[in-house]
Design a protein around this ligand. Structure first.
Ligand SMILES: [Zn+2]
Length: 241
């Protein structure tokens, strides 16, 4: 899955096909044989170099493969077979794809996002019934409208694009998977995570645009794992006031 996500996240933003050409060396274009396509193992076996031209293979390959394996394993360890496991796998998959495509190309792909949203809605219906399903859909719509308002106001105030459409569409996924309270919580955590990165790259490196998607989906991941603790914390805050 990790190798596949890397192909999706690096080819789709450039509008290349994910089927052709088959996996090849980016430098000498040599087509890879089956024993050069085994995740992690081939990379170690080839010592990180193409066996045709000896050029280094991008470390991103082994990093993405390892991270995907570890995350999927963690999912089974934490949740066994349950709704939580499937939701965790979907969040992790989307997180890997958004990390690559948004950091590299400032793009959040519609396809994986759409599949993630639909899959979560169906899972909620199967596991928790009709009310949970409606709740999930409504939360998605409300967070989408909220993010759209933030974008429209931001665009007016700063007189340029303040928020990408990808982030606005990502809000649907956040609402669908986390619901309203935890969803808003993910916005807050995501913004705090993004702040140091944005300050550094805009002030120091003079970048004009920085990605927000990886921080948002990272916050979704954190909110999902620590859902109970964060819910308790929010309850305490409301009780205290
Ligand atoms: Zn090569």
């Amino acid at each position: 899955m990790g190798s596949f996500y890397l192909v999706l996240a690096t080819r789709l933003p450039k509008e290349e096909s994910i089927l052709t050409p088959p996996s090849h060396c980016d430098n000498c274009k040599k087509k890879l044989k089956f024993y050069e396509l085994i995740p992690v193992i081939s990379y170690i076996f080839l010592k990180g170099k193409c066996c045709g031209c000896k050029k280094n293979i991008s470390k991103l390959n082994i990093i993405v493969e390892l991270c995907t394996g570890i995350l999927f394993g963690l999912g089974f360890y934490l949740y066994n077979f349950s709704y939580e496991l499937f939701a965790f796998l979907i969040i992790s998959s989307l997180m890997i794809i958004i990390f690559i495509s948004d950091f590299k190309y400032l793009v959040i792909l519609d396809g994986p996002l759409f599949i993630g949203i639909v899959a979560i809605i169906i899972l909620k219906f199967i596991y928790f019934g009709f009310n949970a399903f409606i709740n999930s859909v409504l939360s998605g719509i409300i967070l989408f409208i909220f993010m759209l308002l933030v974008k429209k106001i931001g665009d007016k105030v700063f007189k340029k694009e303040s928020l990408g459409w990808g982030d606005v569409k990502l809000a649907i996924f956040i609402g669908v998977v986390l619901g309203l309270r935890l969803g808003f919580c993910a916005f807050i955590i995501g913004s705090f995570l993004a702040l140091p990165y944005a300050l550094y790259y805009i002030n120091r490196k003079k970048e004009k645009e920085v990605p927000y998607g990886p921080f948002l989906i990272g916050a979704v991941f954190i909110n999902f794992i620590f859902m109970d603790q964060i819910s308790n914390f929010i309850n305490l805050l409301f009780l205290a006031s």
